[in-house]
Design a protein around this ligand. Structure first.
Ligand SMILES: [Zn+2]
Length: 253
């Protein structure tokens, strides 16, 4: 069923939430657009104008690593300023009420953690751009440290500990999906009886497979997204209204 209006969408979503034991929110870029985070993949988005640097190119040249970090610093204003939106806050309320055990996200913006959900319960399929790690020894580096080093030596720094390359903790194109995050996302998908796909166009695989997996396993499926998705026809509820508007009523209670 596609909700004909906002009021129906909220009422039906409330019924589904109240009738479920284990709710799994799965979030994509759409939940963060009201927070000022650009949707890189959208038409006209950053990635259609500025082609992403694939992982092998990052590994292969200092020049690409420098360019990758220059781009990241250019986006820092958006990321540093962003605060959780109404969708993030509603999910944090459901988490605190014990209705949601964790969140699976395609986002790299750290906003679920900022809304109060502990990092251990946020499964990030594409990593996190708010800090960096060494690709060899996994040591963590803060962006401020990278920026300082970059400015001092006019090139992207390597790990002082082992000499490995330092990269934002995101999953780049051509980089393998994080096995542990994928395993946890699958386990959480199979454990839920209501799967909420929020703000994801559900086209990027393997992430797009999770709603299908949940549905086949007998869970209810809700899709809240501005645009239609390929999975709309199998969903129990489809909502094309604004995500913040749909989830705001769940912030208060
Ligand atoms: Zn290292």
């Amino acid at each position: 069923m596609i909700a004909p209006d906002l009021e129906t969408a909220v009422a039906r979503l409330r019924e589904l939430i109240e009738g479920s034991q284990v709710i799994l929110p799965f979030t994509g870029a759409g939940i963060s657009t009201e927070c000022g985070i650009p949707d890189f993949r959208s038409p006209g988005g950053l990635w259609t104008r500025n082609k992403p640097i694939p992982f092998d190119a990052f590994l292969a040249s200092q020049e690409m690593r420098d360019e990758s970090w220059r781009r990241r610093f250019a986006m820092e204003e958006s990321f540093a300023k962003a605060r959780p939106g109404r969708g993030h806050r509603a999910l944090a309320i459901l988490y605190r009420a014990g209705r949601v055990a964790g969140v699976v996200t395609q986002n790299i913006d750290n906003l679920h953690q900022a809304s109060g959900i502990p990092a251990a319960d946020v499964v990030e399929l594409h990593g996190n751009t708010t800090f960096a790690t060494c690709l060899d020894c996994s040591a963590r580096y803060e962006l401020g440290w990278v920026k300082e080093r970059f400015a001092a030596q006019a090139r992207a720094p390597d790990c002082p500990g082992c000499g490995g390359h330092v990269k934002t903790a995101t999953v780049s194109f051509g980089q393998s999906m994080p096995a542990e995050a994928m395993r946890r996302a699958e386990a959480m998908t199979l454990a839920c009886d209501l799967f909420l796909a929020i703000g994801s166009s559900l086209v990027v695989w393997p992430a797009a497979g999770f709603p299908l997996m949940a549905k086949r396993n007998g869970a209810g499926l809700v899709i809240i997204n501005r645009d239609a998705t390929e999975h709309d026809d199998i969903a129990d509820l489809v909502v094309h209204n604004d995500i913040g508007d749909v989830l705001a009523p769940f912030i208060s209670h």
